[in-house]
Design a protein around this ligand. Structure first.
Ligand code: IPE
Ligand code: IPE
Ligand code: MG
Length: 227
């Protein structure tokens, strides 16, 4: 079983457009898929799940869409916090949430604090996250902490937003695109990549299981030979 699954939850807008609905309806529908995948992660005893909710590049979308997404994130944090606590989930955020309104930042920080002692599923939400920004920040953190001339891989690893978490084993991307879109570019170095054509709001258990089968059928050599 993969220890760490990362998901690019793509296709909300196209799901809605296909139905002549506003994109915001697609995002709202996507939220039910988030609830589903957390449930599947529990069922299959996955230790760590990382969901890409908003990229640094997404900040270039129209203001109205950013507003819709922000209010969806806000509602979700309010409505789901009890469930997160009851289910022993440890919540982390990857990325720079100072982009979002102060009230949302506070809600998120409070919930992170409350879940910090939980030891069930580690749930990372990537919000205003970009892989290149994360690596750059990590290097700057190292430089600030240590007055050294040489930075090691370990230094960079230990100062990423995902410090203390294992590398990603399995990446799932819905919505048909076969690219990383600046997601976890360091942590995906040896991940198995599973691409699904259906849109994120249509995510269901059989897709999750297909991804697990796909993962289990891979021969993970990590550059070495089989025997
Ligand atoms: C992914 O769905 C969710 C976010 C990026 C917030 P999209 O909004 O990218 O949906 P498509 O790709 O336009 O269909
Ligand atoms: C990636 O999807 C970001 C999220 C799912 C949050 P995008 O829709 O932003 O990626 P591109 O533009 O297709 O690369
Ligand atoms: Mg997209």
């Amino acid at each position: 079983m993969p220890k760490h699954i990362a998901v690019i939850m793509d296709g909300n807008g196209r799901w809605a457009q296909k139905r002549h609905l506003p994109r915001s309806i697609g995002h709202a529908k996507g939220l039910s898929s988030v609830q589903k995948i957390i449930q599947y992660a529990h069922e299959f005893n996955i230790k760590c799940l990382t969901l890409y909710a908003f990229s640094t590049e997404n900040s270039g979308r129209p203001k109205s869409e950013i507003k819709d997404l922000t209010s969806l994130f806000d509602k979700t944090i309010t409505n789901e916090s009890n469930k997160i606590l009851d289910n022993n989930i440890k919540l982390n955020i990857l990325g720079d949430i100072s982009f979002f309104p102060k009230s949302l930042q506070i809600k998120i920080s409070n919930l992170i604090d409350k879940t910090s002692q939980n030891n069930g599923l580690t749930l990372n939400i990537a919000l205003n996250y970009g892989g290149r920004t994360e690596i750059t920040q990590s290097v700057n953190r190292v430089l600030k902490k240590k007055k050294i001339l040489k930075i090691t891989e370990k230094d960079i690893q230990n100062n990423l937003d995902t410090k203390n978490l294992p590398d990603v084993d399995l990446l799932i991307r819905t919505g048909g695109e076969r690219r990383l879109s600046n997601f976890l570019i360091w942590q995906l170095a040896y991940a198995e990549l599973f691409f699904e054509n259906s849109f994120w709001p249509d995510f269901k258990k059989c897709i999750f299981i297909n991804a697990l089968y796909f993962y289990q059928s891979r021969n993970r050599r990590f550059g070495k030979l089989n025997n």
